[in-house]
Structure formats: structure tokens, C-alpha cells
Design a protein around this ligand. Structure first.
Ligand code: FAD
Length: 266
């Protein structure tokens, strides 16, 4: 049976996040946290593989204790195990430190045949985690995967499609393989009542810096990070445009010519 890992992240609903104009940091207080949307697609892709081929799915997240909620969401739609990695020692981690901790904690329930990530997150949006995790797991990597076509467990190979600007590419990869999933074909399902109820009472395996076997403290949190973000700020807005509505296309055209002439552009 396939052993699958799905990496998920709880993110603030960015549509509701505002930026503090003085400090330049995001105001997260009072903003609802949600499952990163593309991680919902990744979870759906994993569940479809489970339904077709049989699999055990472990969902994992590194985040604050409240991130337990997104793990319960994963359990409600088909994850068999949920792992929450949480500790103040992980604070200020960049992707280098985050991928190290996630991979180290996931080892306990591996090795994995397939690893699913979202293509990127709504908040950090570096899109680096998938590639870093593939490196740490020593797996093949298919980015922007849009459809898993076939898995041959006997031959340890699979065929998948990936989306590019110019079209669709078919890729054959060896197992183990990590996918960063596109949203195109994996619309997350709505959990049924039974799934929701089971998820509400399911055990969440919780790991901290001191309970992840072999974790090197010099590689976690700010100390283990290769980057810092000194400042975050909104882009400067250009001048807003002028709406032209003179009642007809001809009059609108004439008005545009008039404005261009006034400004000396024609
Ligand atoms: P991406 O690379 O865009 O994510 C791709 C995929 O990786 C996701 O779709 C998901 O499948 C998986 N993934 C991403 N994050 C996780 C996760 N946490 N657990 C499991 N799977 C995951 N964040 C904080 O909350 N507090 C901080 O103090 C903090 N400090 C930071 C400092 C720096 C310098 C930087 C660069 C980032 C910091 N972050 C912090 C952000 C946090 O470390 C990143 O969000 C995290 O490393 C993932 O990066 P990303 O969001 O760009 O993920």
C-alpha cells in the first residue's frame, strides 16, 4: 500500500489581512485562519490516489497550536493521521528551517512513496518548500502537477501531467516522488457528516523541538534560517485612472483624443 505525506499550512485569509502602515507588518489579529487553498487541492489529489490504489495518508503541518484546525480538515476528507509540529523554538523560521523541521518530524511515519504539497502559500508564497522537501526526502520532484495519470507500484514509476504557460507536459517519474499541485483538476471535496465527526475527535500527533528524534537545534527557528525579512510594505499605488463614459463609443473616442491633446501627447 502506498504511504503518502501531505504537507499543509494554515494561513490568514489574505483578503482580510491589512498592513500596519507604521511597522509595515501584517495585522493578523482577528483575521480568520484557513487551510492554504492549494493545500486543499493537494489533499484532494492524495485522497483520489488513495481511492484508486489504496494508501495511508499522513497530513503534517508546522505552525501554532491553532493550526490543528487545518489538520482536522484533512482528517475529515480522508487523511489517516495528522501531525502538528509546534514549538516557540520554531519561531522566525524561513523555508530552509521549516523544510528541515517538517522533513525531520515526518521521518517518524515514513518512508513515503508520494509527497503532496501545494504549489505555494497565500501568505509566504515563496514556492520553495516543495523543492526543499524533495531534496530532503531524496525524491523526484514534479512541480505544477495538474493530474496524476497512472501509478505503477511494481515498477516504482508514475505518469503525471504538469501545467506550463505554453501547454501541458506529460512526465514520467520514479517513486518516491513529490508533487507541488495545481488547482486545475483537484477541487477539494466537502467533508461528509461522518468524516467531520470522526475528525473532531481524532488524535492529533503533536511534536515539539524536544520530541522530534535527532533534531539539530542549530538548524531551526531564526538561528537555522538562511534569510531574514527586514521589511514588508505594500506596493506604491500609481495615480488612479479616469473613467470615460460619454454615452457612446464615438463620443468616448472623441473624449480620449481631447484628453491626449490637452496633455500634449498627440
Ligand atoms: P511555500 O514554499 O510557498 O509553500 C509550498 C507548500 O509547502 C505549501 O503549499 C504546503 O504544501 C507546504 N508548506 C508550506 N509551509 C508549510 C508548513 N509550515 N508546514 C507544512 N507544510 C508547509 N512564519 C511564521 O508563521 N512565523 C514566523 O516567525 C516566520 N518567520 C519567517 C522569517 C523568514 C525570513 C521567512 C522567509 C519566512 C518566515 N515565516 C514565518 C514564514 C514561514 O517560515 C514560511 O511560511 C514557511 O517557511 C513556508 O514558506 P511559504 O509560506 O513561502 O511556503
Amino acid at each position: 500500500m502506498l504511504n503518502i505525506l501531505v504537507c499543509v499550512k494554515q494561513v490568514p485569509d489574505v483578503d482580510l489581512v491589512k498592513m500596519d502602515p507604521v511597522t509595515g507588518s501584517l495585522i493578523r489579529e482577528g483575521v480568520p485562519a484557513i487551510l492554504n487553498p492549494l493545500d486543499g487541492n493537494a489533499m484532494e489529489a492524495a485522497v483520489r490516489v488513495k481511492e484508486q490504489y489504496g494508501a495511508t495518508i499522513t497530513a503534517i503541518t508546522m505552525g501554532p497550536p491553532a493550526a490543528e484546525a487545518v489538520l482536522r480538515e484533512c482528517l475529515s476528507v480522508g487523511a489517516d493521521r495528522a501531525v502538528l509540529i509546534t514549538d516557540r523554538a520554531f519561531k522566525d523560521a524561513d523555508t530552509l528551517a521549516t523544510s528541515y523541521v517538517v522533513a525531520k518530524a515526518a521521518e517518524e511515519f515514513g518512508p513515503y512513496d508520494l509527497i503532496f504539497c501545494g504549489k505555494e502559500t497565500l501568505d509566504g508564497a515563496t514556492g520553495q518548500m516543495g523543492a526543499q522537501l524533495a531534496e530532503r526526502f531524496g525524491s523526484a520532484l514534479v512541480t505544477s502537477a495538474s493530474r496524476i495519470l497512472e501509478i505503477d507500484e511494481a515498477a516504482d514509476t508514475l505518469v503525471t501531467e504538469r501545467e506550463m504557460e505554453t501547454g501541458i507536459e506529460t512526465v514520467q517519474a520514479r517513486i518516491p516522488c513529490l508533487f507541488t499541485i495545481e488547482k486545475t483538476n483537484y477541487q477539494p471535496r466537502i467533508p461528509n457528516f461522518k468524516g467531520k465527526k470522526a475528525a473532531r475527535f481524532a488524535e492529533i500527533v503533536t511534536r515539539t523541538a524536544s520530541t522530534i528524534p535527532g533534531l539539530d537545534p542549530s538548524r531551526i527557528g531564526a538561528v537555522g534560517s538562511g534569510t531574514i525579512v527586514p521589511r514588508t510594505y505594500p506596493p506604491e499605488r500609481g495615480e488612479s485612472g479616469v473613467m470615460i463614459d460619454e454615452g457612446s463609443a464615438e463620443r468616448n473616442g472623441a473624449k480620449i483624443v481631447e484628453i491626449l491633446a490637452e496633455t500634449g501627447l498627440i
